[in-house]
Write a protein that binds this ligand. Structure first.
Ligand SMILES: Nc1ncnc2c1ncn2[C@@H]1O[C@H](COP(=O)(O)OP(=O)(O)OP(=O)(O)O)[C@@H](O)[C@H]1O
Length: 693
């Protein structure tokens, strides 16, 4: 069995620790993680604390614990809420009383006051944490579990018990480990709603409302953007959020604690007839709605029902936005391996490897920083494979909203909802049949998407929304990401089993800063492209501009370089000076990197033009001639003797470049051309570089 991740709870007080551990057990969290606890005062440097997550009750406690735990362990500071079941005595206190709130530390006493105020129990609170001076006019004290600390003189002592982790903290912990809070064996939501119910039972609803207690309960459901209604097994509405009230055009008082049949008739009928756990699309009063209904179980017993609903046009506008962002590419791939321009030996050997992998049918996993050409590579692989006649379907997983995943990836049956096409709609996997599906930004897939993808990869079939037979799909998967998936797996944010299914044939693209030779090559290529597009004069990069571009890190890689050149093609006439470069490049000159040697810059410039070999020959001849110098025709002859056949025009152009770079001095009249000191240094550099033959 796989080891469960570990959570270490660190508190100051024993009772808090006990309460939190019990609560984590109650909500079923211990099924997912091993939970341990320690009092901060008991921590020792003899022990090696290495949990996956630390949960502490305050920043102060975390700071105290820091001596014994490594900085890189993530931590959550718990927000704690009052135990609703224990607050009854507070409701009968005279309004505006002066009350001590007693706790072991100033921070925790103040936090308890804040919580009391937040839930609407408003009095004149004074934090008490053991001060000597007592205010004789105060006769009431409230404490969350520290009854022994309450001064003897205080007449009325109310212990509201230890505070519980509030829902947002519980959600944060679940989210950290990528545990879906809606999984059927997960009782978090159920327990949460159960606590609301027991509160409702125990307290008179009117008192709660007058005290504003419901505020914190709704606070949570209100954060959800869809309409949400929760009703219990007696059909009583126990929670309803703002969005639902807006969609139903009703007020809170109209519906809370009322029978579910009190909802507007059309909605009530629609909610009752929709299928559980399915995407349902229904027309209500000329408007299409998306409805999803699910039961919450405690053990095997149905405990409550949640309805999530929203207008289709809001979902559609999310969809439109998504289509704009994620699906603009269509189903064809235009790039081939020859579009991947590079002079980098590592990239060239990577391309050779990719060509070999292309012919296999296995899943390919491309890792690379943003803009390094992952999609270009994926398209090239597709076009070099046996599937090149089939479709290439690109899916950007970071762009698909959760509510659309199912229908986008797997399609839907005809009539699944109003406005759906009569023939139904194919999902992206079906569209990719006999071709390639490119899953871009796979590292951004939510746990739910990850689950569904895993199922498709395992079973190689999809089922459309709205039922029907499973449809076999024959696709090759190429996945890509710029995230460290292994790290995400370690952090439990990415399913390990999915990772291994994807990471069959890995390819890692090299960032531009690690293949500086490509900066000039690609700059020249992009310059040509934009010169033609914009009908501009050809761009020439000054030596200083080149140096600055080589010294820049290009975090957006090839895409950033391309955008930069497009910008330069617009703003520069002819020469690109250093000053013309975008501010980001000038501001982020990587001063920590050893700036490139001058020879290296010259080399890169000549290499980008494909002139290295010719210039090497020219400089060698000039070196032999020495300071006497030689005219162009004489040089041409000597080069010919060395089997170097250049036309006069080509030689003239190369000499111009060498002179521009200040490697040779071109004599006027009878004085010939000579190599200068800088040229000699460069020649030595070339000779040391083994690539020159
Ligand atoms: N070697 C290359 N030669 C020419 N153009 C390239 C090369 N690599 C990338 N490009 C161009 O750079 C841009 C970014 O490439 P692409 O979209 O494939 O990157 P990506 O790694 O998929 O980016 P992201 O992670 O942001 O999705 C595109 O315009 C692409 O054509």
């Amino acid at each position: 069995m796989k080891d469960k991740p570990e959570v270490l709870v660190i508190t100051h007080r024993h009772t808090s620790l006990q309460t939190i551990l019990e609560q984590l057990e109650d909500v079923g969290f211990v099924e997912h993680c091993n939970v341990g606890g320690v009092l901060v005062d008991d921590m020792s440097d003899k022990k090696d604390y290495r949990p996956n997550l630390i949960l502490t009750t305050s920043q102060v406690v975390y700071n105290m614990a820091k001596d014994f735990i490594s900085d890189d362990i993530p931590y959550i500071i718990a927000k704690r809420s009052i135990n609703f079941a224990r607050i009854k005595p507070l409701l009968s206190l005279p309004k505006g009383s002066r009350i001590y709130v007693v706790n072991d530390m100033k921070d925790s006493a103040e936090e308890a006051i804040e919580t009391l105020l937040e839930v609407g129990i408003v009095h004149d609170y004074i934090p008490y944490y053991g001060q000597e001076d007592l205010d004789p006019t105060v006769s009431i004290a409230i404490t969350p579990g520290e009854i022994d600390m309450v001064p003897h003189l205080i007449k009325t002592k109310i212990d509201i018990g230890n505070r519980l982790l509030d829902m947002s903290t519980l959600y944060e912990i679940y989210e950290f480990f990528g545990i879906s809070t809606f999984e059927s064996n997960n009782q978090l939501s159920a327990k949460y709603i159960q606590s609301i119910i027991s509160l409702m039972k125990e307290l008179n609803v009117e008192i709660i409302q007058s005290q504003g207690l419901q505020k914190s309960i709704e606070g949570i459901v209100d954060q959800i953007e869809e309409g949400i209604i929760v009703y219990d097994q007696c059909n009583q509405i126990i929670s309803i959020n703002m969005q639902a009230l807006k969609l139903l055009n009703r007020s809170y008082i109209d519906l809370i604690s009322k029978d579910i049949s009190r909802l507007p008739k059309n909605f009530y009928q629609a909610f009752m007839k929709v299928e559980m756990e399915k995407e349902n699309f229904i027309d209500i009063e000329d408007e299409s709605f998306y409805i999803r209904k699910r039961r919450i179980f405690v053990g095997a017993k149905v405990f409550a029902t949640i309805i999530l609903f929203d207008k289709m046009n809001r979902i559609k506008s999310i969809e439109t936005e998504y289509r704009k962002k994620g699906r603009k590419k269509g189903f064809v791939s235009k790039h081939t391996f020859s579009d991947i321009k590079t002079n980098s030996p590592e990239m060239l050997s990577l391309i050779e490897k990719a060509k070999k992998l292309a012919v296999s049918d296995s899943t390919i996993f491309i890792y690379g920083e943003t803009g390094t050409g992952k999609e270009v590579m994926a398209q090239a692989i597709h076009n070099a494979s046996d599937r090149s006649d089939g479709p290439f379907v690109a899916v950007n997983l970071a762009a698909i909203p959760e509510s659309l995943v199912e229908s986008e990836l797997f399609g839907y049956e005809k009539g699944a909802f109003t406005g759906a096409s009569q023939t139904g709609n194919m999902g992206l996997f079906e569209r990719g049949h006999n071709g390639t599906v490119f899953l871009d930004e796979i590292g951004d897939a939510s746990p739910i998407i990850q689950n569904r993808l895993l199922r498709v990869l395992q079973e190689r079939e999809v089922q459309r929304v709205g039922g029907g037979q499973p449809i076999p799909v024959e696709v090759r998967i190429i996945a890509a990401t710029n995230k460290d998936l292994q790290e995400l797996v370690k952090e439990k944010k990415f399913r390990e089993d999915l990772y291994y299914r994807l990471n069959v044939l890995p390819i890692t693209l090299i960032p531009l800063r690690k293949r500086k030779e490509d900066i000039l090559l690609l700059s020249e290529l992009f310059a040509k492209e934009f010169e033609e597009k914009l009908q501009r004069n050809s761009l020439r990069f000054s030596q200083e501009a080149i140096e600055a571009m080589l010294n820049y890190d290009w975090p957006g890689n090839v895409r950033e370089l391309r955008n930069t050149i497009e910008y330069l093609a617009h703003v520069c006439e002819g020469e690109v000076t250093k000053e013309a470069l975008p501010a980001t490049i000038l501001e982020h000159q990587d001063s920590s990197a050893i700036s490139l040697k001058q020879e290296e810059i010259i080399y890169n410039t000549l290499d980008a033009k494909g002139f290295i070999h010719d210039c090497h020959q020219i400089l060698t001849v000039l070196q032999k001639i020495g300071h006497r110098g030689i005219g162009r025709m004489g040089l041409l002859k000597l080069l010919k003797k060395n089997n170097q056949t250049l036309s006069e025009q080509k030689l003239r152009y190369r000499l111009e470049i060498l002179a521009d770079m200040d490697l040779i001095d071109v004599g006027r009249g009878r004085r010939g051309t000579t190599i200068n000191e800088k040229g000699m240094n460069f020649l030595r550099y070339l000779e040391n570089k083994s690539v020159i033959t």
